[in-house]
Design a protein around this ligand. Structure first.
Ligand SMILES: Nc1nc2c(ncn2[C@@H]2O[C@H](COP(=O)(O)OP(=O)(O)OP(=O)(O)O)[C@@H](O)[C@H]2O)c(=O)[nH]1
Ligand SMILES: [Mg+2]
Length: 178
């Protein structure tokens, strides 16, 4: 059985835990804790360790999904998780432009550490005040490249599955070129 390790990252409330819980065939270990300080305004619970989920995509392949904590004070977890990853997904909540700068920081951090395929998943596109994917790409500093970017609803299994298939395709193409 080939295991592909995919890190799911993004700022607080982007939908990382939802993304993994929606699709995982095993129960996801709950490391969410009641939010304190400034975060309580965004949501009641936040992830403090990591989310882990698994999805079998064929008799020979399964995905292991690792969700990072969103809060900046857990940054050290990023390093641990990314070193063994095959690919990563950066989830960006389209309706909170105040988070875009942090997401840009996450992306820069990962790109500096590893050279592996990644996908940007725009969540909360259905929410009021959501930005267009192309405008979010610009805010990430992607001026002329064609970033791998999709819209995903982290609470809908079909949508999550589609985005993961996208990642597996990126990985397959990447292996073919090496
Ligand atoms: N409307 C809408 N709600 C979403 C979407 N994705 C996630 N949510 C909701 O957003 C909220 C936050 O999702 P979480 O999965 O807890 O976010 P997280 O990224 O794990 O957050 P932290 O662990 O605090 O960093 C939940 O109430 C989800 O149901 C989406 O695409 N659309
Ligand atoms: Mg979470």
């Amino acid at each position: 059985m080939e295991i592909l390790r995919i890190v799911v990252t993004g700022s607080v409330g982007a939908g990382k835990t939802s993304f993994i819980r929606t699709i995982s065939e095993i129960d996801v270990v709950d490391t969410d804790k009641r939010a304190t300080d400034e975060m309580a305004e965004i949501k009641a619970n936040t992830t403090v360790a990591l989310d882990f989920g698994r999805l079998t995509i064929s008799p020979k392949q399964s995905l292991h999904l690792y969700g990072t904590p969103g809060q900046a004070r857990f940054d050290f977890m990023w390093d641990i998780l990314i070193q063994r990853a095959n690919a990563y997904i950066l989830l960006i909540d389209a309706h909170r432009p105040e988070h875009f700068r942090h997401n840009r920081k996450i992306l820069q951090f990962f790109k500096k550490r590893v050279d592996i395929p990644y996908l940007i998943g725009i969540t909360h596109s259905d929410c009021e005040g959501a930005w267009e994917a192309s405008d979010i790409a610009l805010s990430l500093g992607m001026l002329d490249e064609q970033p791998p970017i999709v819209t995903v609803n982290a609470t809908e299994a079909a949508s999550v599955r589609e985005s993961l298939i996208n990642v597996v395709e990126l990985l397959t193409n990447c292996y073919q070129h090496h």
